[in-house]
Design a protein around this ligand. Sequence first.
Ligand code: SF4
Length: 212
Amino acid sequence: MLDPQRSFVEPLLDWHEENGRHRLPWREPSRSGFEILIAEILLQRTTAASVAGAYLPIVARYQSPETVVAASPETIERRIAPLGLAKRAEFIRRSSQQLLARHSGDIPHRYADLLELHGVGAYTARSVLIHAFDEDIAAVDTNVRRLVSRFFDISPDSGALTYLADALVPSQRGSEFQHAMLDFAADVCTARTPQCETCPFGEHCRSSGRAV
Ligand code: SF4
């Protein structure tokens, strides 16, 4: 196998340049840290396609923790209701209160501080660091775990997988790389019908042709 940069990272970024979901509204470079946090909370256990339709009206109405806290809980719930999982309205409201009380309304840059926010677990905290602060780390969800474990033929339950994903991130391209892994896992290296025959990794993937 070639080195991981040439066999995995570069083909993945090339694929993403042509095929990535670049138009998703929360991926616009001008998004604030708060808007990124809102997106990551809404995306929990929900597809990007579902969130895409609801996101813009929500961030247009709630551009800051102050605007969230000033609104009634019922109003926020009503706006998020089409996505289901109403508890996310509570996550957004309570995390906004915490941001105002502890961080002057700013998004904290420290992982530990992010984890203390309501509704923020390891994946969401890492995603915020990647997309709001350009950190060169990876956020590993089910899809990223599947892709990396298949390519390198390691157990998806391996504790080393997050370390491996972190080590793959190309310098100063963390956000792009994260989006590439998510999009590729959703469109090519899918759970049930991976497209190994046309996969750009070809024979470099250790699970090619036998992933399911
Ligand atoms: S060759 Fe198949 S299993 Fe490997 S990354 Fe590509 S689609 Fe996934």
